[in-house]
Design a protein around this ligand. Sequence first.
Ligand SMILES: NC(=O)c1ccc[n+]([C@@H]2O[C@H](COP(=O)([O-])OP(=O)(O)OC[C@H]3O[C@@H](n4cnc5c(N)ncnc54)[C@H](OP(=O)(O)O)[C@@H]3O)[C@@H](O)[C@H]2O)c1
Length: 297
Amino acid sequence: MVVIAIAGGATRVGLHIIKAILNAKKHKVILLSRSNQLDVAKLEIDIRIVDYGSTQELKRALEGVHTVISCISPYGTDSTSAELNLLQGAKEAGVVRFVPSEWAADCHDIVDLYSQKEIVWQAVQSSGLEYTRFINGLWMNVWGPGCIKDEKEALAGYEGPAFAIDLRAGTATFPGDGSQKVVLTTIQDIGRFVAASLDLPKWQPESRIVGDRLSFNDVAHLVKEICGLDLRITHVPSEELLATLEDEHSASERFYYQLLLSIAIGRLDFESTLNDMFPDIRPLSVAEYLKRHWTST
Ligand SMILES: NC(=O)c1ccc[n+]([C@@H]2O[C@H](COP(=O)([O-])OP(=O)(O)OC[C@H]3O[C@@H](n4cnc5c(N)ncnc54)[C@H](OP(=O)(O)O)[C@@H]3O)[C@@H](O)[C@H]2O)c1
């Protein structure tokens, strides 16, 4: 039994990692948060309130902790310094293992919002701590908004708009010709793989999780077959995405186009490194997700 600290674990991916660790009943888990998180308090775990501006405070909060898993949001203006201080606090407290807040794919050079992740990733690699970054592709839960069954489970806390395929509206925007494969994983399955990885004797620098791997064209066929819905698809070639990105856009629009571009050039397509290590974890496929949340049977 070791102590695992989840930074920013009151929501979404962090919360599901906490739940999966508790479910496995092998390790003690604590939450690092900037405030008292009442919903998480119900899980009866220790919550350590921290000021990410103070390395000393983070060091104190991490005394006795073996592994730090960061799920800090990339949106805060001070998120990067928070994660760098967390890493420094972890080093000073004698933490053994560190996971930076990645939870997508390496498109740091394309997506503005992710460029800050690169700074943390470089620091993690030269920290002297054992580390891994979890790469899981697109969260399948981005197709949950407006679903007809078990929406809470479908979203797993995801609050953003549907990404690329809006099943409620029956519309889709496919990067390129829609044939490029993309990895999709539910937040719940990420939690289960992360919890299982805690028991690996040695971590690879990168831990890749594949929930399902298929093209957007394949998804459109599944939507037709399973939900009986013909998506109205707009194809946007990579050149058009690049040209669009030359114009002025809001940060969220830029994020959207840059992520589509990353998909178009295959950055969210990869082989798993973790799935075969944990054959007992059978991740949800897109077909199962559609049946479970977008059909009434
Ligand atoms: N692959 C995908 O499709 C996908 C989709 C969305 C997000 N992600 C990734 O998942 C990770 C979590 O992102 P998210 O948007 O889902 O996060 P989130 O749930 O909005 O936030 C996670 C936690 O971050 C903490 N936080 C927020 N701002 C902070 C700051 N400035 N300093 C320190 N802590 C802060 C908050 O914890 P407290 O308030 O308790 O301190 C919050 O509960 C990110 O790495 C993100 O890039 C991946």
